[in-house]
Design a protein around this ligand. Structure first.
Ligand code: PEP
Ligand code: MG
Length: 580
C-alpha cells in the first residue's frame, strides 16, 4: 500500500478537488523518435508547418519589440533566427525527409539543425559557437510549439495540473481542457496564474516548492485550496473527510446565492457598491447568475494572452460590446492593456526586473498606435453609456495628461467621421504605484474615479514581489504603511469629489471588509467567487463601528497589532451575525 503524503503550500484559489495529477513539464524538450504510420505523415507535416509559422510569428514580435527597446544592431540575433525559418530550401528538405523516412517532424528537424550545428562548432571560432546557441534556440522553440497542443490535448478533462511554474498563458490554455485544479512549486497568492485560477473558480495551491518532483502523472491526489494542502495517495479515510468538506462547501455556496438581490448596505444604511473583477469572457456568465452587479475591473490582457498577439480593433469591439450588453444597465470598468510584469506575451522580451519595467501605461504610451486602437474600440463600444475606461500603472501626472490628450484626439477623429460614442464616458486610473499615492490629490483633479490596485500597491510599497513564495509572509495587507496609504488615497479622492474603489485582492479578503469600509471606500470590486460572502459581511457591519476600528488602526505602527485588532473585530462583531 502506497503511503499518504501531505504537502503544505499557499492557498491560492478556494475549493476542493479529489482526482488525478497531470505533471506538466514544459521546459523539457522531448523529441519523438517513433516511426510514423503512412496515415500520420500528412498530419505531421501540417503540424510542423504550423509550428514553423507560430515560431516565426513569435520571433517577429520579439524582433519588433527588441528593436524598439535595444536597437537594430543588438536585435540582429532574432533576425538571424527568423532567417532560418524563412529558408524554404531548408524547411522543404525537412519535409521531404519526413515523407521519405516516416519519422516525426521533431526528430528530423532536430537532426537537420544538429547537422548545421556541427558545421558551426567545427569552425573553432567563438562567434560561430555562439551562432550554434542561436540555432539551438530556434530548434527548442519549434519543437516546443509542435509539442504545445499535444501536451494540452493529452490532459484528461478532470486532471489537476502540477507544474514547477505556470504562466498566465499556460493557465488559460489548460482551462480550455476543464482542468480541476492547479498546484505549483512557485508563485504567491497574487501572481497572475493564481488570480486566473480564482477567476476560473478552479482550486489552486501554489508555492509547494517540491511538488513537481514528488508526483507523476496519474497519481491520486487531493488539493484543498482553502488550506493550501496537497495530499498525495490519500487514504480512504482522508478521501471521506474531504468529500464531506466538498459537500459542505457546495451547500454553503447555495445558501449565499439567496442574498443576491438584497441591498448592499451596512446595518446603519450606508450603501457600499459591490462589483466583480472579471478576467475572461467566460466569467461573464457569473454576472447573470450571481451578481446582477457591475464590473469594477475588466482585465483586457486575456485578449492578447489567448491570441499570442494584440487583438484587432474589430475583435476588441466585439468583446467590449458583448460585455457592456451583458452588464447593462450596470457599469463596466474596462482597463486598458496592462501588459508586462508577469502578464507576458509568449514572445515578450525578458527584462531583469519586469515588475519595475516596461509595463501597463508605459507600453501604451510608447506604442501609441496600439493604445489609440484600444481607446477607439472602447469608445465605439460605449454607446449604451455604461462603459468606463481605466488606466493601469499610473506613476505620474504627465502619464495621465498624455493619455487624456490621446483620448481626446481619438474622440475628435470619431467626431469628424460622424461616429457615435458616449460623450460623457468616464476616465479613471488605478492607484497602485507609491508615487501615484503621494500625488493622489493632484491626480484626483484630472480623472473621474480612482481604483486602488492593492496587489501592486502592496508589492511596490513594501518592496515585496507579489509572486515570490519565499517572502509571501511579508506581503501584508495590514502593514501600517498600507493602511495609511489607503487612507491618504481615499481622503484625496473624497476631497476632490470623486469615487474611490478597491479592485486588488484585498477587497476579496473577508476580515478586511470592515477595515476598508471604515476607511471610507465607496466600492469593493471582488473576485466573483467571494461576492456573496463579502456582501453578507457588509450587511452586518455597523458603519460607526467600522470607522472607529479604522481610526484606531491608523494609530498602530506594527502589522501584528493591526492584524490582531482586525481579527478580533471580525470574530466578535461580524462572525456571530453571519448566517450559518
Ligand atoms: C492590482 O494591482 O491590485 C490589480 C488589481 O491589478 P493587477 O492584479 O491586474 O495587476
Ligand atoms: Mg496591478
Amino acid at each position: 500500500m502506497i503511503k499518504e503524503k501531505i504537502f503544505k503550500g499557499i492557498p491560492a484559489s478556494p475549493g476542493i478537488t479529489i482526482g488525478k495529477a497531470y505533471l506538466y513539464t514544459k521546459n523539457q524538450i522531448r523529441i519523438n523518435v517513433q516511426n510514423l504510420d503512412d496515415s500520420e505523415i500528412e498530419n505531421e507535416i501540417e503540424e510542423f508547418n504550423r509550428a514553423i509559422e507560430l515560431s516565426r510569428k513569435e520571433l517577429n514580435k520579439i524582433f519588433t519589440i527588441s528593436k524598439e527597446r535595444i536597437g537594430e544592431q543588438q536585435s540582429k540575433i532574432f533576425d538571424a533566427q527568423i532567417e532560418i525559418l524563412n529558408d524554404t530550401i531548408f524547411i522543404n528538405s525537412v519535409i521531404e525527409r519526413i515523407r521519405k523516412e516516416k519519422r516525426s517532424a521533431s526528430y528530423i528537424f532536430n537532426n537537420e539543425i544538429n547537422k548545421l550545428g556541427k558545421i558551426l562548432l567545427s569552425a573553432n571560432d567563438d562567434y560561430m559557437k555562439e551562432r550554434f546557441a542561436d540555432i539551438n534556440d530556434v530548434k527548442n522553440r519549434v519543437v516546443r510549439n509542435m509539442k504545445r497542443e499535444k501536451l494540452v490535448s493529452k490532459v484528461d478533462e478532470d486532471s489537476v495540473i502540477v507544474a514547477h511554474e505556470l504562466t498566465p498563458a499556460d493557465t488559460i490554455l489548460f482551462s480550455r481542457r476543464k482542468v480541476q485544479g492547479y498546484a505549483t512549486d512557485t508563485g504567491g497568492i497574487t501572481s497572475h496564474a493564481a488570480i486566473i485560477s480564482r477567476a476560473l473558480r478552479v482550486p489552486a495551491v501554489v508555492g509547494i516548492k517540491v511538488i513537481s518532483k514528488a508526483i507523476k502523472t496519474g497519481d491520486s491526489i487531493i488539493i484543498d485550496g482553502f488550506e493550501g494542502v496537497f495530499i498525495l495517495n490519500p487514504e480512504k479515510e482522508t478521501i471521506k473527510k474531504y468529500r464531506k468538506k466538498f459537500n459542505e462547501y457546495a451547500k454553503h455556496e447555495k445558501k449565499l446565492l439567496k442574498i443576491i438581490d438584497l441591498p448592499c448596505e451596512t446595518l446603519d444604511k450606508k450603501i457600499i457598491s459591490i462589483t466583480a473583477n472579471i478576467e475572461f469572457n467566460e466569467e461573464v456568465d457569473f454576472i447573470a447568475k450571481y451578481g446582477h452587479c457591475g464590473i469594477g475591473l475588466y482585465r483586457t490582457e486575456h485578449l492578447f494572452i489567448e491570441k499570442g498577439d494584440f487583438p484587432s480593433e474589430q475583435e476588441q469591439i466585439e468583446e467590449y460590446v458583448h460585455i457592456a450588453n451583458l452588464t447593462y444597465p450596470n457599469p463596466v470598468i474596462i482597463r486598458t492593456f496592462d501588459i508586462g510584469g508577469d502578464k507576458l506575451l509568449p514572445s515578450s522580451l525578458k527584462e531583469s526586473n519586469p515588475f519595475l519595467g516596461w509595463r501597463g501605461i508605459r507600453i501604451c504610451l510608447d506604442r501609441i498606435q496600439i493604445f489609440r486602437e484600444q481607446l477607439k474600440a472602447l469608445l465605439l463600444s460605449s454607446t449604451k453609456g455604461n462603459i468606463k475606461i481605466m488606466l493601469p500603472m499610473i506613476s505620474s501626472l504627465d502619464e495621465v495628461k498624455k493619455s487624456k490628450e490621446i483620448l481626446n484626439e481619438v474622440k475628435q477623429d470619431l467626431d469628424s467621421g460622424g461616429l457615435d460614442y458616449d460623450r460623457n464616458i468616464q476616465l479613471g486610473i488605478m492607484i497602485e504605484v507609491p508615487s501615484a499615492c503621494m500625488l493622489a490629490d493632484e491626480l484626483a483633479k484630472e480623472v473621474d474615479f480612482f481604483s486602488i490596485g492593492t496587489n501592486d500597491l502592496i508589492q511596490y510599497l513594501l518592496a515585496v514581489d507579489r509572486g515570490n513564495e519565499m517572502i509571501s509572509n511579508m506581503f501584508q495587507e495590514f502593514h501600517p504603511a498600507v493602511i495609511r496609504a489607503l487612507k491618504k488615497i481615499i481622503d484625496s479622492a473624497h476631497k476632490n469629489n470623486i469615487i474611490v474603489s478597491i479592485c486588488g485582492e484585498m477587497a476579496s479578503v473577508p476580515v478586511a471588509t470592515s477595515v476598508l469600509i471604515g476607511l471610507g471606500i465607496d466600492e469593493l470590486s471582488v473576485i466573483p467567487s467571494v461576492l456573496p460572502e463579502i456582501k453578507q459581511i457588509i450587511r452586518v457591519i455597523k458603519m460607526s463601528e467600522a470607522e472607529s476600528l479604522a481610526d484606531s488602526l491608523l494609530q498602530y505602527s506594527t502589522e501584528g497589532k493591526i492584524r490582531n485588532e482586525v481579527v478580533q473585530f471580525y470574530e466578535k462583531k461580524i462572525k456571530p451575525k453571519l448566517p450559518n
